[in-house]
Design a protein around this ligand. Sequence first.
Ligand SMILES: Cc1cc2nc3c(=O)[nH]c(=O)nc-3n(C[C@H](O)[C@H](O)[C@H](O)COP(=O)(O)OP(=O)(O)OC[C@H]3O[C@@H](n4cnc5c(N)ncnc54)[C@H](O)[C@@H]3O)c2cc1C
Length: 404
Amino acid sequence: MPALNPEELDGGILYHDAQVTFVERLVVENALASRAAGADIRTYARVERIVLDGNQVRGVVVRNVRSGTTETLHASAIVNAAGPWVDRVLAGADCPMPRFMGPTKGTHIVVHRFPGMSDVACYAEARSDGRPFFILPWNGLVLIGTTDTRCDADPASVHAEEGEIAWLLAEAGHVFPHAGLGRESVLYAYSGLRPLPRQGLRKTAAITRRHQIRHHGRTARGLYSVIGGKITTYRHLAEEAVDQVVQRLGIKAPPCTTAGLALPGGGGDRAAILAGLAGVPGLGKPSAVHLADVYGVRAPAVAALTSGQPDLAEAICPFSGAIAAEVVFAVRHEFATGMADILLRRCMAGLGPDLGRAALDRALPVAARHLGWDAMRLRTERQDCEAEIRVLASRPLPAPGSAA
Ligand SMILES: Cc1cc2nc3c(=O)[nH]c(=O)nc-3n(C[C@H](O)[C@H](O)[C@H](O)COP(=O)(O)OP(=O)(O)OC[C@H]3O[C@@H](n4cnc5c(N)ncnc54)[C@H](O)[C@@H]3O)c2cc1C
């Protein structure tokens, strides 16, 4: 790490860890695996009420936030796995519920790679308050974060604030003083709330990162709330939750096998996948690499859409190499309902340095040609997608039709 600031540097340690490049894909892959195992997946379905009969749960009232339709789903067990929204979901129960959550907000910034940035991640502790943060090679860019501050705001409303961006720039700039990091270096920033338990501790770093699964036995038998939980430990947490439910319902179930199962795109040999994709007419090498990295063993299924439809092999994103076929694939096979889903949460072109703006221009005509979206739909989809991009963008979007 030659660009590291040598000032007051006593030494370093090297350790190994794992990185999930796109957590959005992890969610999609889990949804696909669940569907294959018999689950009914509903996106944009917001639980508005938990229905009780005495102290026994009977189901939930769900509103589709896109169509506005409401329905009641019946169940004798409900797992409230709404992360930082857990208390908000409980507020919709037919009886008073305790509050469990004490979320903290974390903000990241994304910048271009800078001279001296090495291929390994850098862990550092902030000069100002000793808080740990990372400077990570990620998605061809550099991810810097995170902050950690208490926050009781609506999780859907949180966004990066200038003070947080300035803090991250100053601290990363101290670690890599020749990186030339300034406000203009920030390509985009994003924030989220950690679903931590409510604890009266002064330091946010001291709040436990362990999870709990609470059964609301007295007030709402059959209702479980998941408090805490990390991406790293999600499989274990899910297994614990399902085991609890199965045990309390008195169901005889075989032992859980998911710990040893690959996700639908997982497993397989990357070199073999790439070799297979090399024979796809019109598919460029960067696009083949992108498909292999994003879809794993499912990449050939995406590429198969280009057969007889050569326009679908064309790249729609100059940065990620994402191709037109992914627009169709996301809607037909991965639950995507609109362009923001497609770019930001399926093909991942939306997390490149331009937040998918170039891909948006190219993906809309693809949706018109292959998904039948009419002019009005295209206009709405553009507006909705740009609105989501605007939340992440650290600079305003150029006006439509401008050269910028
Ligand atoms: C800045 C930051 C950095 C992090 N870094 C790491 C890390 O390095 N490693 C790690 O392992 N973890 C990390 N985490 C933690 C990790 O992101 C979370 O623990 C994880 O996302 C929790 O997953 P979840 O599914 O429980 O909740 P979420 O991912 O928050 O999902 C909850 C879901 O519930 C949905 N929902 C909300 N209300 C309703 C409703 N009424 N009806 C239906 N659905 C609803 C939401 O739309 C959302 O999709 C980090 C978190 C943050 C904020």
